[in-house]
Design a binder for this molecule. Structure first.
Ligand code: THU
Length: 136
């Protein structure tokens, strides 16, 4: 899939965000190895800590449906859904990526006006705790 299409799907996903507390809307589009795309948004909670990020919403939907092999994720976010800077996934979401993805998994961090930056999971999660390395 073209990166532009994946990024369009992330921007669309951002409109689904439930963010009444922070007002910060986030969208993600996760590309599986077979070409399937799962979209996710952040879903906040009055008790704050139950909040789930857009990236994890996308991953958990995909894993529930049986996917284990992923290629890339596009993410964007901004106050009231207005993208003002490149969006870097939080540390918890990077750890979830590390559970399922190889080091060359690609993260498209969307910025304003069609701009974006890319990084590999190896770049975003150096020295990550890995079950494959340490728990088997
Ligand atoms: N958020 C995400 O959805 N993904 C991230 O990687 C970082 C933060 C959400 C959580 C919360 O609803 C809002 O952004 C502000 O932190």
């Amino acid at each position: 899939m073209e990166p532009q299409k994946l990024m369009d799907l992330a921007r669309e996903a951002m409109t689904h965000a439930y963010a009444p507390y922070s007002g910060y809307k986030v969208g993600a589009a996760l590309l599986c190895a077979d070409g399937t795309v799962y979209q996710g948004c952040n879903i906040e909670n009055a008790s704050y800590t139950p909040t789930v990020c857009a990236e994890r919403t996308a991953f958990f939907k995909a894993v529930y449906d049986g996917h284990r092999d992923f290629r890339a994720i596009a993410v964007c976010g901004g106050k009231d859904g207005v993208i003002s800077g490149f969006f870097p996934p939080c540390g918890v979401c990077r750890q979830v990526m590390g559970e399922f993805c190889d080091e060359d998994f690609t993260i498209y961090m969307i910025g304003p006006e069609g701009t974006y930056q890319t990084a590999s999971l190896a770049e975003l999660l150096p020295y990550g705790f890995s079950g494959k390395k340490y728990m088997r």
